[in-house]
Design a protein around this ligand. Structure first.
Ligand SMILES: Nc1nc2c(c(=O)[nH]1)N[C@H]1C(S)=C(S)[C@@H](COP(=O)(O)O)O[C@H]1N2
Ligand SMILES: [Mo]
Length: 392
């Protein structure tokens, strides 16, 4: 009885049991190239966003081109979203490797294999976690106890490190399969003849490229208004919200209720200045066409009117190399203050904005006054501003 069961149970699969040409190293190389491109774009744009928010003293970030951050952060979220189907396809292509012979008995080669597999374990788990938490961030959902921003940044370096190890180990295989060769078409796993499958390699490439394009097109509309109507995957439509602009954090969430009649706007600099709202409105007003480009991937251009920060700095006697600390009426919260480095503080486009798209700012957009500056993450466009402090 036992014996007859044993006869019916097929032997466990080995790597060689997977004979479909879709598991060929050439397929892994092609999809790997696409995935690597997405990862590199995502990493570089993410690094730019990190440096913008960290404002390290050793780095001067220019305030132009004005829409640069809109483009880089749009690319960041787009490449991260596209990486999801690419990563799934890559893992599916190489999963027969899970059935490879265990590295045993111990030897030098076995040790190398163990290290290589460990690096892949780190790479795959870090990427899965990075893409998953990044995507949840775009819908502003944080169901975990760790801080998102710091974790996202640390994982990025772990991924880049593990990716370098992975590429170095696989370099001979990558070089062998970088270009299409005649043997590609005939050669499958090992020396066995390739299994016949319904899907050809070209069919698989088309499917994966199609899936990546589809998730891209249906999500990029959050920062490219022309594609807004098909952006079914985008958590936000860039033109939906009061005054044609989305809101990330409402006044209610931030605990801001509006202002009293005796409200004053103050500047702490070489001279101390103080203005009522009416006095701010009587200062020379300028106009800037600038986008809000949220780190979560949505962005939308708008027309802002208000007082140039540069003019306010001149009025209080600040020098051209001074930075400005912007202070919100919001109590606590990560974004209650921000710093404008000299390039941003003195850019003629940077405003203490009082009006948006032709009307007074809505309370949710930062009434009575907010910062709007070129080439900056949305998190630094501080709302409900009531004080500027000049830093020399
Ligand atoms: N004081 C304060 N300012 C803030 C925020 C905040 O939480 N508090 N959120 C920022 C973020 S994340 C973004 S994207 C923009 C959004 O501006 P909007 O709501 O006017 O579109 O405001 C920024 N300014
Ligand atoms: Mo944001």
């Amino acid at each position: 009885m036992l014996r007859s069961i044993a006869q019916r149970v097929p032997p466990p699969p080995t790597e060689k049991s997977f004979r479909s040409p879709l598991h060929h190293p050439r397929v892994a190389t092609v999809i790997g190239r696409w995935l690597a491109l997405a990862v590199v774009i995502c990493f570089l744009t993410g690094l730019f966003s990190h440096l913008q928010q960290a404002t390290p003293g050793w780095l001067v970030i220019p305030s132009r081109p004005a829409s640069l951050y809109r483009v880089t952060q749009g690319l960041h979220v787009l490449s991260g979203t596209i990486a999801v189907p690419l990563l799934l396809a890559k893992l599916w292509t190489v999963y027969p490797k899970l059935f490879a012979k265990p590295p045993w008995p111990p030897s030098r080669e076995a040790l190398a294999t163990i290290l290589e597999r460990l690096s892949i374990l780190v790479l795959v788990s870090a990427m899965a976690l990075e893409l998953f938490t990044g995507f949840l961030n775009t819908v502003q959902w944080y169901p975990w106890p760790f801080p998102f921003k710091q974790t996202h940044y640390a994982l990025a370096w772990i991924i880049i490190g593990a990716l370098c190890v992975h590429l170095a180990v696989k370099l001979p295989l990558i070089l062998a399969h970088w270009r299409r060769t005649p043997s590609d078409r005939s050669q499958a796993a090992g020396s066995l003849p390739p299994a016949i499958t319904g899907l050809t390699r070209r069919g698989l490439f088309r499917t994966v490229a199609g899936a990546a394009t589809l998730v891209g097109i249906t999500s990029v509309g959050q920062s490219v208004p022309a594609l807004g109507p098909v952006a079914v995957l985008a958590p936000r439509k860039p033109n939906v919200g009061p005054q044609g602009l989305p809101i990330n954090r409402t006044a209610k969430d931030a605990g801001v209720t509006g202002i009293d009649a005796d409200w004053r706007f103050t500047i702490k600099g070489p001279q101390q200045l103080s203005y009522s709202l009416d006095e701010l409105r009587q200062l020379p007003q300028s106009r800037s066409e600038l986008p809000i480009a949220c780190v979560e991937g949505w962005s939308q251009g708008a027309r802002w009117e208000g007082v140039r920060i540069r003019d306010l700095l001149r009025l209080c006697g600040a020098t051209k190399d001074s930075s400005v600390r912007v202070v919100s009426m919001e109590k606590g919260g990560f974004y209650a203050t921000s710093e404008l480095p000299p390039e941003f503080a003195h850019d003629p486009l940077t405003l203490l904005a009082l009006r948006l798209n032709g009307d007074e700012l809505a309370l949710d957009h930062g009434f009575p006054a907010r910062i709007i500056a070129p080439n900056r993450p949305g998190v630094l466009q501080t709302k409900w501003v009531h004080r500027l402090e000049v830093i020399s």
